[in-house]
Design a protein around this ligand. Structure first.
Ligand code: AMP
Length: 207
């Protein structure tokens, strides 16, 4: 399970983990953005919350995410990126996993100070096709995606007003979960201000 504030590098590190350990990647944000592109009722419902930087209501998120997680074959490992984000989500996830005799092996908390997050999100671009994230300092020249050649774009919720709200929501609703996993002995704190590779090495060490 990957935790961290918006802009901590969860998507980047999740991709590296997927490549290294051959895991399924379950990203709640990617699922909502995919639905939004397809114009599904779920996507349109989620958009109003996402654009404001708020959490999509638990009732909507939990069903979708548990369905997705439970469809992963029991032989396959997976990485949860962006879920759970509230106490109720964590409780429902735990009972669903217990019922399937599956468990969370490790919870990684990528820790980055707030001023750094605001700076990073301002330069964040994402591939429209494969969702790979990029940080681009100079927005005059936006390259194509290294991985698939897709177009890079800036997310609506990376606008400054939404960014501050997302950081506040993380602090209030998601950070309390860290203590829960710390008490269970599952949490590893990963310093997130290193290079991408440096952060990845810390994660591999923790795993
Ligand atoms: P992310 O790509 O993980 O930053 O997610 C983008 C947005 O999707 C968030 O700001 C929320 O509005 C919504 N979202 C993603 N995951 C969740 C979740 N587990 N619970 C509620 N809302 C979520």
């Amino acid at each position: 399970m990957l935790f961290g504030p918006p802009g901590a590098g969860k998507g980047t590190q999740a991709q590296l983990l997927v490549d290294r350990y051959d895991l399924a990647h379950v990203s709640s944000g990617d699922i909502f953005r995919h639905n939004l592109r397809q114009g599904t009722p779920l996507g349109l419902r989620a958009k109003e919350y996402m654009d404001r930087g708020e959490l999509v209501p638990d009732d909507v998120v939990i069903d979708i995410m548990l369905d997705k997680i439970m469809s992963i074959h029991s032989d396959e490992g997976f990485i949860l990126d962006g879920f759970p984000r509230s106490t109720r989500q964590a409780e429902e996830l735990e009972s669903a996993l217990t019922a399937r005799a599956r468990n969370v092996d490790r919870v990684l908390h990528i820790d980055v100070p707030e001023d750094e997050l605001v700076r990073r999100l301002g330069g964040r671009y994402v591939c429209r096709e494969c969702q790979a994230p990029y940080t681009i300092a100079n927005s005059a020249t936006i390259p194509a995606c290294d991985r698939c050649g897709g177009e890079l774009y800036q997310r609506d919720d990376d606008r400054p007003e939404a960014v501050q709200k997302r950081i506040d929501v993380y602090r209030e609703e998601t950070m309390p979960l860290l203590n829960h996993y710390r008490q269970k002995g599952l949490l590893s704190d990963i310093p997130g201000q290193d290079t991408v590779d440096g952060v990845f090495q810390s994660i591999v060490g923790a795993l």
